[in-house]
Design a protein around this ligand. Sequence first.
Ligand code: ZN
Length: 446
Amino acid sequence: MTDKTMHIGLDDTDSPRKGCTTYVAALLVEKLQRLEANFIDYPNLVRLNPNVPWKTRGNGALCLRIQYNESNEEKIKETVISTIEEQADLEYDGTDPGVVFFEKTKIPREVKTFAKKAITGIVNLKEALKLLKRFRAEALGFKKCRGIIGGLAAVGENLQGDHTFEILAYRIPENCGLKRRVDEISIVEMDKATTPYTFNNVDPETGRVLITPRGPDPIFFGIRGETPEIVKKAFQMVRPLEPVERWVIFRTNQGTDAHLKRAKQLSQIKPHHPVIAKGIVLEKPKIIPRRHVIFPIKDESAQVDCAAYEPTGVLRNVARKLIVQDYVEVYGGVRAPSQNLPLTINLEKIRLLKSVPKIVYHNPICLKCGKRLKSMGRNKGFRCERCGSKYTNLGKIEVEMKREIRKDLYITSLRSQRHLTKPLRRYGMEKRRASAKGLIEGWHFP
Ligand SMILES: [Zn+2]
């Protein structure tokens, strides 16, 4: 009999030098199944607000949703806790793991709201503890316990709206830290065969493979896509050149823009709250040192700066071509004002809504010899340097230049996209609800 339901939320077990909370979840999939737990959903990988200054790498929290036999409850909890203790980088200063055991079938509205807030804004430990107490949930935190926040947020985000899948393959421990060995041609072929139902496999601008991370963590590679079937098919097309220890399919909010919240007015924009906002370009975009592009936008309520930070790539090129009076929608994280810099949106996307004509003014041509005239000063007319003719009644000629950008949506290059950024490939594929079909056969190994 598996009659009780539990949602197990985990966060902040990793550090830049070791580990990955998805790996802890992957180990627990195997261990909890041995304890006869039934998974009622794929493990959920919930990316939280990437704009939080103290975030963990990638800011991803995990939730395992299971049904189990009450007689195994203590063993399940002990297994979760001991696995975190074994795997977490507890000696690392910024690693403060947390786990939440939430034993309710239905997720309360308040916990869902808390999760949305953790994805789009800022939440604190006090709020999390208050909710845990109110709903009689158990939690365990290590050190500063920050992981409890993400753990509860992962419990609360049950991905009932738009969502995607990622299959994550892990390396054997002795390979962690070494260069990842995989047949890159097979990845390019996989991308071609599964497009547009998988995304962010290869950067089309550089040809670089994006599915393998760089760091010392145990992730070998991850493939993102629309359904569990397609990510599994894609996984089977990739030829690894080193052993795969295990793999698991996760359900996630990656690639859904879940972090971005629309601000009706620019005055509503707050630091560290990723935003979608509209405004009119107020000044010509400037290129600042390190080739970033900055421009201010305004509406009737306020003015903010927008910054395209990528050193190369799509967004910076688009930002450079904007002109005063263009009407744009901007998407991105918000940096707090500092020293002499105002509130700034770090752009992930720009949509050009209305473009104004680009007018340049030329001096007229000499009527006698055809040479372009020189101005003799403001409103003083023109003279010809070749034949000496003077013209006091001629004005400048207006010329409309071709705009180099169209009314369209522009997204930062794949290599600079956040986990949460919805890539172009996904537009039109958004899901309204979670599938009621249940899990596919063979969604993890072992
Ligand atoms: Zn002339």
